[in-house]
Design a protein around this ligand. Sequence first.
Ligand code: FES
Ligand code: MG
Length: 566
Amino acid sequence: MSQRDLNKGAGALFRDEGQDGLLHRAFLRGEGFTEEEVRRSPVIGIANSASELNPCNAGLNELAELVKEGIREAGGLPLEFPTISISEPFTRPTSLYLRNLMSMDVEEMIGATPIDGVVLLGGCDKTIPAQIMGALSANKPAVLLAAGPRPVSCFKKNKEFTVDDVWPLCEDRRVGAVSDEDWLALEGKVNVGVGTCNVMGTATTMAAIAEMLGFALPGSTLPAANSPERAELARATGRQIVQSVAAELLPADLVTDESLENAFRVVSALGGSTNAVIHLEAIAGRAGLRIGPERFESWSASTPYVANVRPSGQRLLADLDDAGGVPAIVQRIGETIHGGVVTANGNTWDQVLADQEFPVNDAIAPAGEPLSERGALVMLRGNLAPRGAVLKAAGVHDPKLKAHRGRAVVFDGIDDLNTRIDDPDLDVDQDSVLVLRGMGVLGAPGMPEVGHIPIPAKLHRAGIRDMVRLSDARMSGTSTGTVVVHITPEAAAGGPLGILATGDEIELDAAAGTLRHFLSEEEISSRVPFAAPPIPTRGMGWLHQRHALQADDGCDFDFLRATGVQ
Ligand code: FES
Ligand code: MG
């Protein structure tokens, strides 16, 4: 029997007339479900990643109740279950370190329990890719609903204070330019509600990807957390999963070369997070597919960047929502989109967009006048990044830096960086290239979001706000600057980043898509290789160091990918 047949109709155990059925119904009756309820069909699991240790997902319990209403309206039986939940700020050593573990939790719970389909409730950066990866491997019908962006706040004179506004204040605080009083006041203003980061960071980028891959309802990415629109989306998601089970809409049929291309083109048009590259490759790998840096680059290079939203643009996510959200973006870049790809409601994008007219506002650049002719993310290659690196070109503050040659100032890990970056004697100027290594998927481990290296204090005081920064780390989707991340292979896996020394010349040329050093073979062979960290002897650390793949393979565990991925 194929995996698909095995998975199909696992909720039938509740409808069985023999001993299995009796026991399944009896156990639920013990929870207080009625005789009528335990005979409902289909049986829908709700994988809820709500957690007080994940503030971005803390509102999902309310959404779960509304999803249940929708499932019941459509005749189904909702059964909610918890999964682990990964918080960007609260998880150590990093959130990515636990993404694959969460995907295994989601996959195994979907596979192990007597449910016909599942609603995935996610939000914070890693939770959505983990849920998509797990649901794809489990391959029962699945519809995802994201938490939605949290509200903006007001801090001092800034009435539209968003999470990306925190980073410059942190830099100012480092050089003594923010008072203790303001620092304390800021604490109460960064997050004034639950929900995900209120700019086009990783969470919103991943929710948009879920829409494009047919996991989340069209238009579901941008309505705010706790809004009436999101409440209605929750009920609609509940009704939809019942239909998806009836229609046998299976995740393995949704993730195709065409839907992956659509997803990345929308990320490119949105100015989305660099993290999308890693997660999309991991999702592709679960479907037996591979994207690769060349295709990422060719899709980005041929997709206009049109969403004028923070952190790279000016407007709020709420403005983009008013302009029609992801469907309006799909329409705007329609000539690059495969319109026959199926969405989560079973209709194709062409059908979803037929006769749709969206309100006009400047969160989306007018037709024919994109913010840039090419997409926001640039894939780089070269002798310093043989298997690739990523630059969010839309986030570059000083355009001159997109073509820059300078002298490396190398930091070995975050402790070294923190110790020396603000040293008045550090030999650095505005033309230097700041290099941070040992922060890759194996080196850190889990690629922390530290690629946004702070500007050295003495240069910050002199008014410098952007420099070329390189690392094998990741970067928060809420950050901007001339920041090259995901240099692959990483230093700890023998990548050339590991043999660089302070003073070496480095050249970034974003237009040519290159990142190079100028060391001779002789010089390279005389350098001491970068030392990989020791492999832990047990537990998650052992599993991770033995099985995590590099960034260009999505950092998935090798044993979780579909067989046959090259
Ligand atoms: Fe959770 Fe940004 S920290 S979405
Ligand atoms: Mg992040």
